[in-house]
Design a protein around this ligand. Structure first.
Ligand SMILES: Cc1ncc(COP(=O)(O)O)c(C=O)c1O
Length: 402
C-alpha cells in the first residue's frame, strides 16, 4: 500500500500520557476520564459531558435518558452507519428512515417533515403501516463532518414535540451558525449530542465516545446507566475515604470509558486545533487539484458550515466499484460511507424496503468514494492519490482506451 485510507496521528505526547496512566496504578474510569469530560465540555461549549466506551453507547443511553421506549418511532437518515439505527432497536423502538439532502447527504429536513406529517395522520410510510407508536425523537447524522440543517430540523422537531439526539460521530470540531449568527459547535442545541473517538475519528482514543447535553438530569441518567445503574460516583469507592457501598437504581450497562483511553483523548484534545487545521489544508488541496474534473464532484462546505473534514467524500459519475478496485491495485486505500441501511439485508427484509423508497440515498450511494484524509498525510502522499484518481477517472470515462 502506498497511501492507506487512514493512519492515526499518535505522537510522543499521547504515548507519554498513556505510560503515565499505566504507572499511576489507575487504569479504568477515574481522574483522567473526569478531566477529559471537563475539557471536552469546555471545548464544545456543553454544560455536561459523560465519557463512554463508544458513540454507540452514547446514542443508546441518550435514547434511554429521553425515555424513548418500546414501540416508539425514531427518525434516522437512510444514509447512516449501523450504530445510528441499531440503538433504536436496543430501547425497543422502531427506526423510521428518512431520505437525505443531495447536497450534504445529511437527513433532509423537508423529507423528515413529510414523514412526520404522514405519521401524524396515521398514513403509511416506507416500511411502516398503521397501527404504530408515537414518533419521539430524530437522530440526524452530521455526515462526513458537515453539520446537518439543524435549524430546519429543529423547527420540525418543535412542531411535533420530538427530542433531537445528534449523531456527532464525524462532527468534532465542526461548526455551524444561523445566518448572521455566531459560530456554534456541532452538537450545540441538541438534547443530547453523541461523539465518537474510534480509531479513525478526528479525535481518537482507540475506542471511546462522549455524550454532551445542557440538561443535568439527562447527564445524570446517562452516567448512572453507563455503569450498571450504580449510584453516582460509584467509581470512587476504591479511593481513600470512599465507601464500598453503592446503590443500584436501574438495570444499567457497562459503557464506561477507561482512563488509559482518556489519556489519549486529553492529548488529542490539546492538539485538536492543529489536527483540524491540517485536515482543512488537505481538503483545500484536494479541491484545488480535482476541481476541473468533470467526472467528479468534490465535497464543499455549505454556507454557514465549517466541516470537521472527518471524511473527504467525493462522488464519481459512474463505475465507482471499478475505480475503487483500480485505486486499490495502485496502492491507494479508499472507503465507501455507506450502503444505505434500508438496502442492508436486515432492514431490507424486515421492513420490505425497496431502493426507490429512498431515491437520493440509493442514487448517491452508487457514486460515493471516500478518499484518504488524515492529519499526518504528506503532500507527496496526497499528490500520489490525486494522480492515481485522475488516471482512474480517465480510464473510467473511456475504458477501452479508444
Ligand atoms: C455516523 C456514525 N455514528 C456512530 C458511529 C459509532 O461510533 P463508535 O464506533 O464510537 O460506537 C459511527 C462510527 O463510525 C458513525 O460513523
Amino acid at each position: 500500500v502506498r497511501v492507506p485510507y487512514f493512519r492515526p496521528s499518535i505522537g510522543d505526547a499521547e504515548i507519554d500520557e498513556v505510560v503515565a496512566t499505566l504507572r499511576s496504578g489507575w487504569l479504568t474510569t477515574g481522574p483522567r476520564c473526569r478531566e477529559f469530560e471537563e475539557r471536552f465540555a469546555a471545548a464544545v461549549g456543553a454544560g455536561h459531558a459523560v465519557a463512554l466506551g463508544s458513540c454507540t453507547a452514547a446514542l443508546h443511553l441518550a435514547l434511554d435518558a429521553l425515555s424513548v421506549g418500546p414501540g416508539d418511532l425514531v427518525l434516522v437518515p437512510a444514509l447512516a452507519f449501523a450504530a445510528t439505527a441499531e440503538v433504536v432497536h436496543h430501547v425497543g423502538a422502531v427506526p423510521v428512515f428518512v431520505d437525505v439532502d443531495p447536497a450534504t447527504l445529511c437527513m433532509d429536513a423537508a423529507a423528515a417533515a413529510r414523514t412526520l406529517a404522514a405519521l401524524r395522520e396515521g398514513r403509511s410510510v416506507a416500511g411502516l403501516s398503521p397501527p404504530y407508536g408515537r414518533a419521539r425523537a430524530v437522530i440526524p447524522i452530521h455526515y462526513a463532518g458537515v453539520v446537518a440543517d439543524v435549524v430546519a430540523l429543529r423547527r420540525v422537531t418543535a412542531d411535533h414535540g420530538l427530542s433531537m439526539v445528534e449523531d456527532c460521530a464525524h462532527a468534532f470540531p465542526g461548526r455551524w451558525r444561523e445566518a448572521g449568527g455566531p459560530w456554534r459547535h456541532a452538537g450545540d442545541g441538541a438534547d443530547v449530542a453523541c461523539f465518537s473517538f474510534y480509531a479513525n475519528k478526528t479525535l481518537c482514543t482507540g475506542e471511546g465516545g462522549m455524550a454532551t447535553t445542557a440538561r443535568s438530569d439527562l447527564a445524570e441518567r446517562i452516567r448512572t446507566m453507563s455503569l450498571h445503574g450504580m449510584s453516582r460516583d460509584a467509581w470512587r469507592r476504591f479511593e481513600r475515604g470512599g465507601s464500598w457501598d453503592y446503590e443500584i437504581v436501574a438495570a444499567g450497562h457497562k459503557y464506561n470509558l477507561a482512563d488509559v483511553a482518556a489519556a489519549l483523548g486529553l492529548v488529542q484534545l490539546r492538539r485538536a486545533a492543529d489536527l483540524w487545521e491540517r485536515r482543512r489544508v488537505l481538503a483545500a488541496r484536494y479541491a484545488m487539484a480535482l476541481a476541473d474534473l468533470e467526472g467528479l464532484l468534490v465535497p464543499a462546505e455549505p454556507p454557514d458550515r465549517q466541516s470537521s473534514w472527518h471524511l473527504y467524500v467525493a462522488r464519481v459519475r459512474a463505475r465507482r466499484d471499478e475505480i475503487v478496485a483500480r485505486l486499490a491495485e495502485r496502492g491507494v486505500g479508499t472507503s465507501v460511507h455507506w450502503r444505505p441501511l434500508p438496502m442492508q439485508p436486515y432492514y431490507r427484509d424486515r421492513f420490505r424496503f425497496r431502493p426507490e423508497d429512498f431515491p437520493v440515498a440509493a442514487r448517491e450511494f452508487r457514486r460515493l468514494i471516500s478518499l484518504p484524509l488524515f492529519p499526518d498525510m504528506t503532500e507527496a502522499e496526497q499528490d500520489y492519490v490525486i494522480r492515481e484518481l485522475r488516471s482512474a477517472l480517465a480510464w473510467a470515462a473511456n475504458p477501452s482506451g479508444s
